[in-house]
Ligand binder design. Sequence first.
Ligand code: NAP
Length: 329
Amino acid sequence: MYVADDKRYDSMQYRRSGRSGIKLPAISLGLWHNFGGVDNFENSRAMLRRAFDLGITHFDLANNYGPPYGSAEETFGQIMKKDFLPYRDELIISTKAGWDMWPGPYGDLGSRKYLLASLDQSLKRMGLEYVDIFYHHRPDPDTPMEESMGALDTAVRSGRALYAGISAYNAKQTAQAVKILRDLGTHCLIHQPKYSMFVRDPEQGLFDVLEKEGVGAIVFSPLAQGLLSDRYLKGIPSDSRAARDFFLKKKDIAEDKLAKIRALNEIAAQRGQTLAEMAVAWVLRDPRVTSALVGTSKVSQVDDNVAALKNLKFSAEELRKIDGVLAGK
Ligand SMILES: NC(=O)c1ccc[n+]([C@@H]2O[C@H](COP(=O)([O-])OP(=O)(O)OC[C@H]3O[C@@H](n4cnc5c(N)ncnc54)[C@H](OP(=O)(O)O)[C@@H]3O)[C@@H](O)[C@H]2O)c1
């Protein structure tokens, strides 16, 4: 039987999600990859256990994580039942709908029909009565935003979710969504944007909107799917995400990218960190970032990413050097 480490709250840092009552661990674990039906169950289980033992109280899912679609939620449901039921009230579990999930016109995008049916399916797969956060996974340009936000509001009011969130909405769409939710009486707890040293779009207005509106930011792919680590310095390992050549393409690891990764790796070494640690610390340097949402394929990566918290400070000189590398100077 799994018994969580007594010391699990001793060293993790928790940050408030915008103007809300919820604090999230500075590092959260996402189940997009390595928790599907095709993956090794005991490895998935070991990563979740290790994460919780280190104070990671937040696990992030979506309806279509797998493969196959839905299977990450099924895996999580089994692990929940075996290991985490006594700890349900210590956990923040999220899921999402918005990308393609089932065939036909009601299994994708942003209709009320899709979002609420999908949430019901997710709860069944995970064996949960409620999720802590339910997200609209991406904006749908053809559905009135009032309808999609209305579905999030219903999810919360009906008790299927405690909080509402949005992902991949740009700054303008976010301001609109937050207002619609507020007018309905539901606060938007959190936004989930992509953010890393290689993808800095949220700095162009989104973070400002989130700060103004009191919405938290949990940033996904802070390691740029593994590029911002030492994983690819000596070629493409056969067990890596790039080897699968699907979400992370081999062609994305070209020489110009590798040159930047090598230079960043040196800066990390001068800070006494691995590049993965520095990548996590770098997103957390901005106080508007509530949590760095990482993925992992092995237990050792969970440890390495959490070790980032030992050094979150960057000197002006280090930040200047990093900007220089990213600009290709
Ligand atoms: N809202 C959205 O639209 C959206 C989109 C994408 C992701 N997400 C969420 O964000 C989560 C994280 O995304 P992500 O998996 O792309 O994040 P990531 O942390 O940028 O990349 C994770 C990958 O990096 C490698 N890695 C992790 N830690 C490492 C370490 N310490 N040293 C060396 N390599 C390391 C592993 O690659 P290998 O597998 O090669 O070992 C791992 O699978 C997802 O699980 C999901 O919850 C949300």
